[in-house]
Each structure stands twice: as structure tokens, then as C-alpha cells.
Design a protein around this ligand. Structure first.
Ligand code: GLA
Length: 403
């Protein structure tokens, strides 16, 4: 009798411990994840040749060397489930199978990501993971998958917290560390509840490669760089190491002007968003490559404090964003949102910097900083005004170091 009772107690406490301690892989995403994703440029037009060539390009073109790590296959890789319900890749597009592809990517020191969805069907109409979460996580782990982007289509009667928690637990149970990237478009305020579920959550609708447009596709819209930026303003306090606000994949190299591309990349860096390139790496211009591989800009994104920038000042078309960095350094971004060039004359003394979140402050009457502008490589210090000509839709991005 007593042994049966004891057994029951042990069993119950095991269940409770599993519930309480079920968690994401905590060691991942300590800085915003960096990589590439197939969707923005290729949509459903993907196959294993593209993925291998992209991994080759990431290595040979210097992207891996500056921190890009994940090669992520988005929607449309799927074939049908087999008679046991196991998901299979589309055999025409991925004839060698996902395990072979993961081996190829891993041999380069890179990682492979996949895409699935909470619903029975993905946004592209392929099999989603609903009802197969544990089975799919085991399959992904067996293939050697390192990252899962998990979408929110066909989610009608699902609770977002429950659906994403189920997949988090399934991944944990499968036992292979996978970065868990939620793609729920900010619909259910994931920043309020997803910190312990995922390593990042999308905050908005899908990006479109324009500066400030909204493009309707009937039931949904895609939005430009400024529209995404404006939706981040109140979200910074929810982000930090291991749990990031995801402003969506980059459109650098997909049709913005070079100034817009530098601005887009700088803003995603300042706001500590994942940096997931979304262009054709195999054919990118040298200018696009140099934007995506600007080490100093990447270092701002990857700063170990993981504090998202805030909008400190706005006047007309100009905005100033500040990001506290480790070692008492700062990053400062001056944005010209407008379609006209402007000459900007910034008097440091007129701007007392004070951050409620990090409790960091700068009084330029008391202390001075040297600065470097990270795109032009010009430099100076804060004892004199900062003067810059800002072309339309552009930024100046300064790194400040105490003098
Ligand atoms: C949704 C996501 C996109 C992409 C597509 C794929 O729209 O938000 O990022 O994954 O689905 O169908």
C-alpha cells in the first residue's frame, strides 16, 4: 500500500516537474540570431541546389566570418506525410533528403533551419504540424535541424500560448537544440507571454521591400521598412538576451536604394532584431555584400547587453535613436525619413541622454565621447556639433566611446 502511494507521489511530482521545468533551449539566441531565409527572394521556388549554393556563398563571400550562421528553408519544402504520419520533404525539390542537406550545411560550420506552422496547413498550403508536433520535432531532430520558424496560418480555434508552448515542449523533448522563432505577426502580443517559449517573435505583418508603403494582398498586407519601425516603439522593454522582437527578415538586396538598405540594416541592428538576410546571396552586388557584412554595425546588433534602442528625439522627418552598449559605449542613429536631403547640425549639449530602462545617462556638459560614423568611417568628438548631410531615406550611424 505504502509503496503504491509512494510510486504515485513520485509519478505526480515527475509530471509536475516536467510541466514547470519544460523550457526552450536556454543557451541559444543570447544575441539576435543571424542567417539567411529563402522566403523574401524565392518564396516557394526553392530546392536543395539553391540551399547548398547559398551555404557556399555564405562561406565564400565572408558572411559566415562576420557572424551569419543559419541557413533557413521557409515554406514549401514539404511533401506529403507518409502512412505513419511522418513528414517528408518534397522529393523533386529535395531529392537527397533533409538529413543529407543538413550534413552538407554542417560540414561548413553552418546550421540548417526549417519552417512549419501551428495549423494543419502552412501559409503556402503545405502540411502544418497541428496534431503532429512531437512527431515533427523528432523528425527534425533526426535530420539535424537547428532552427524552427513556426508560423500562425490556419490557426482559427487555437490558443496561441498553448500552440507555441506545445511546439516548444516537443522540441525540448526531441532533445536537439533548435532555436525557436515564432512567426505570429504580433497578432496576440507575443511580447507579453512568449519570453519563456521562444527565442524571438515576429512583431508585425510581413515586410515588403519599400520604404514606407503598405501593399494589400486581399486578406493581408505587407509593409515597408518605416511601417515596421513605427510598430516597435513600445516594445523595447520586452526584448533581451534569449528573447528578441523580430522585425522580419531583411530586404537588403531586394530593390531598396543603397541609402534605404543602409538605413534598414542599421535600424534592425539598433533595435536588436534578428539579422536574417533575404536576398540571393549568390548574385548580390559588392555594395549589398558590404552592407550585410559591415562588422561595426553587426557589433551593435550583437552587443552582449542586448538592450534595444529607443527613439530619443523626433522633429519633422528626423528621428534620433539611442542604444546603450557594453563598456559604457553607445550607438546613436540619426534617421532622415523624408524624401528630401537635409543638412543636420546636432548640438550634443542640447540633448541630455537618459534611459529609464538601462538607467544609463549621458550629460554632455560633464563627459565627452569620441564618435565614428560606421558607414562613411568619418570620426570626431562630442566637443563640437555633429554636422552631416543626410540624403533622402538615409541614416548616420554613430558609435560613441567615452574619451
Ligand atoms: C507567412 C510568414 C512569412 C513566410 C510565409 C510563408 O506569411 O509571415 O514570413 O514564412 O508565411 O508562406
Amino acid at each position: 500500500m505504502l509503496t503504491r502511494y509512494l510510486r504515485l507521489v513520485v509519478l505526480l511530482s515527475l509530471c509536475i516537474t516536467q510541466q514547470v521545468f519544460a523550457q526552450k533551449f536556454e543557451e541559444l539566441g543570447k544575441t539576435p540570431q543571424m542567417g539567411w531565409n529563402s522566403w523574401n527572394k524565392f518564396a516557394c521556388n526553392i530546392n536543395e541546389k539553391l540551399i547548398k549554393e547559398t551555404a557556399d556563398a555564405m562561406q565564400t563571400l565572408g558572411m559566415q566570418a562576420v557572424g551569419y550562421e543559419y541557413i533557413n528553408i521557409d515554406d514549401c519544402w514539404h511533401g506529403e506525410r507518409d502512412s505513419q504520419g511522418n513528414i517528408r520533404p518534397n522529393a523533386e525539390r529535395f531529392p537527397s533528403g533533409m538529413k543529407a542537406l543538413a550534413d552538407y550545411v554542417h560540414a561548413k560550420g553552418l546550421k540548417l533551419g526549417l519552417y512549419s506552422d501551428v495549423g494543419a496547413t502552412t501559409c503556402g498550403g503545405h502540411p502544418g504540424s497541428r496534431g503532429h508536433e512531437y512527431q515533427d520535432a523528432i523528425t527534425y531532430a533526426a535530420w539535424g535541424i537547428d532552427y524552427l520558424k513556426y508560423d500562425w496560418c490556419d490557426s482559427k480555434d487555437l490558443s496561441p500560448v498553448a500552440a507555441y508552448t506545445t511546439m516548444r515542449d516537443a522540441i525540448k523533448k526531441a532533445g536537439r537544440p533548435m532555436l525557436f522563432s515564432m512567426c505570429e505577426w504580433g497578432d496576440n502580443k507575443p511580447w507579453d507571454w512568449a519570453k519563456d517559449i521562444a527565442h524571438s517573435w515576429r512583431t508585425t505583418a510581413d515586410i515588403y521591400p519599400c520604404w514606407d508603403c503598405e501593399l494589400s494582398h486581399g486578406s493581408y498586407s505587407t509593409i515597408g521598412v518605416m511601417r515596421i519601425l513605427d510598430k516597435q516603439v513600445s516594445l523595447r522593454k520586452f526584448a533581451g538576451p534569449g528573447h528578441w522582437n523580430d522585425m522580419d527578415m531583411l530586404e537588403v538586396g531586394n530593390g531598396l536604394t543603397p541609402d534605404e538598405e543602409r538605413a534598414h540594416f542599421s535600424l534592425w541592428a539598433m533595435l536588436a532584431s534578428p539579422l536574417i538576410s533575404g536576398n540571393d546571396l549568390r548574385s548580390m552586388s559588392e555594395e549589398v555584400r558590404s552592407i550585410l557584412t559591415n562588422k561595426e554595425v553587426i557589433a551593435i546588433n550583437q552587443d552582449k547587453l542586448g538592450i534595444q534602442a529607443w527613439k530619443m528625439f523626433a522633429e519633422g522627418n528626423v528621428e534620433i535613436w539611442m542604444k546603450p552598449l557594453a563598456n559604457n559605449e553607445w550607438a546613436m542613429l540619426i534617421l532622415n525619413r523624408g524624401a528630401q536631403s537635409l543638412t543636420y547640425d546636432y548640438d550634443w549639449l542640447k540633448h541630455h541622454v537618459s534611459d529609464d530602462l538601462s538607467k544609463r545617462e549621458i550629460d554632455f556638459h560633464q563627459s565627452s565621447f569620441s564618435w565614428t560614423e560606421l558607414w562613411t568611417k568619418t570620426s570626431g568628438d562630442t566637443r563640437q556639433n555633429f554636422k552631416a548631410k543626410l540624403s533622402p531615406h538615409s541614416v548616420a550611424l554613430l558609435k560613441l566611446k567615452p574619451r
